[in-house]
Design a protein around this ligand. Structure first.
Ligand code: PMP
Length: 407
């Protein structure tokens, strides 16, 4: 393949500002926050990065299931018995017994009649949004919705209406202005992953119902942690009976990869035939669905882990707030504690100082963040020990002082 760029109209030229911005940042001598390599992963909370043992505080491994012995054994067994991949779509040769078992585990976990497993959560949102709402219908979504929800809207042909983040009043107003004809799909998330804030689902679901809308809740960050059975924020809010679809992922609390939609709608199964991101892609490998099914069944009885994760989240929030950091939420609302910083330079310096201390967090910047925010996103794990949380707070103190982020 040729290497030189063509003389006219190089399609890459639109990326020049981003390339220059990144280069300017790296020229200041900082490490590239988007090029970290985990050389070894020792446990859900510890990895080796550039030869240094580092506490992981920037994963979505909320329940620490990635090293669960039962989960690993199930994956190894499926790998031995069914091979490394399905090499096909769910609707052709790619549905194995393990995919059905995984869907059974989801139905048991959510207490629903139907469950559909996708290859990622991204594809589950892509599929649901693009398939369910047609050109005469309306999708009403929170302005801070995840990229996969926006991309699902872009793939489909429905009319898109955004409402102000977490504003029940704005949702009500926008639904009230819609024409009487056309279907309505209100899309909500239990936990918003950038700031770690949760949605007022009780009020929002009531408003959506009042206007005759169907409701989908993305519980990517709520599954495993919220509600008496770990189903998500919608369970904790007591609105299970009014929600039409729950979207989720295996890439967070479940500890592997994959996505799903669960529902009680009597016609739900037709989606398997019409949902392009389900039909036109290969299904998950047998080892992945086996680990997911095992993990999901264990998460049904993880009350003690949930309690410890809350304890960790509240303690880190208080510890960082007491040190003088600006946190996105006044209290811990989820296992995500987002530390707001004034600009990219301070954020990257703080991120690097933390890494040098021995703790990895996620750096987030626009366009992933709302309102042009720069933040360090800490996400806790039920397997973080109390000692680790104490150590993390000490490392934030040292890094914050060294970089001038706190006094
Ligand atoms: N929804 C939300 C709210 C998410 O945060 C994510 C992933 N970050 C997804 C969907 C997509 O999940 P997956 O990683 O399985 O593609």
């Amino acid at each position: 393949m040729r290497e030189e760029t063509p003389p006219a109209a190089d399609l890459f030229s639109k990326f020049d500002p981003l390339i220059a911005e990144r280069q300017a940042l790296l020229d200041t001598g900082v490490r590239d926050p988007f090029a970290i390599v985990m050389d070894k992963v020792l446990s859900p909370t510890l990895a080796v990065i550039q030869g240094k043992e580092t506490i992981l505080l920037g994963t979505y491994n909320y329940m620490g299931m990635t090293f669960d012995p039962d989960v690993i054994a199930a994956g190894k067994k499926a790998l031995d018995e069914f091979g490394s991949g399905t090499t096909g779509s769910r609707v052709l040769n790619g549905t194995y017994q393990g995919h059905k078992e995984c869907e059974e585990a989801l139905k048991a976990f959510y207490g629903t009649k139907h469950a559909m497993v996708f290859s990622t959560g991204y594809q589950a949102n892509l599929g649901l949004m693009s398939t369910l709402a047609g050109k005469d219908d309306y999708i009403i979504l929170d302005a801070d919705s995840h990229a996969s929800i926006y991309d699902g809207c872009a793939l489909g042909s429905a009319n898109i209406v955004r409402f102000r983040h977490n504003s029940v009043e704005d949702l009500d107003k926008r639904l009230g202005r819609l024409p009487a004809t056309g279907g309505r799909l209100v899309v909500l998330e239990g936990v918003y992953s950038m700031l770690g804030d949760i949605a007022p689902l009780k009020e929002m679901v009531a408003v959506a119902k009042k206007h005759g809308a169907m409701i989908v809740v993305d519980e990517a960050h709520g599954m495993g942690f919220f509600g008496p059975n770990g189903r998500g924020v919608f369970e904790e809010a007591g609105v299970e009976a009014d929600v039409d679809f729950v979207v989720g992922t295996f890439s967070k609390s479940v500890g592997t990869v994959g996505g799903f939609v669960v529902s009680n709608h009597p016609k739900f199964e037709v989606l398997r035939l019409v949902c392009r991101p389900y039909v036109f892609t290969a299904s998950l490998p047998p080892s992945v669905v086996a680990t997911a099914a095992t993990s999901i069944r264990k998460l049904m009885h993880a009350g003690a882990k949930r309690a410890h994760l809350w304890e960790n989240s509240k303690r880190l929030h208080k510890g960082l707030r007491d040190l003088g950091f600006n946190i996105a939420t006044p209290e811990a609302e989820s296992a995500i504690i987002a530390v707001l910083l004034p600009d990219q330079d301070k954020t990257v310096r703080m991120w690097q100082a933390l890494l040098e201390q021995g703790v990895y967090v996620n750096m987030a910047r626009p366009p992933a963040t709302p309102a042009g925010m720069y933040l360090l996103r800490c996400s806790l794990c039920a397997e973080h020990s109390s000692e680790q949380v104490g150590h993390i707070i000490d490392m934030f103190a040292a890094a914050g002082r060294a970089t001038g982020c706190i006094a």
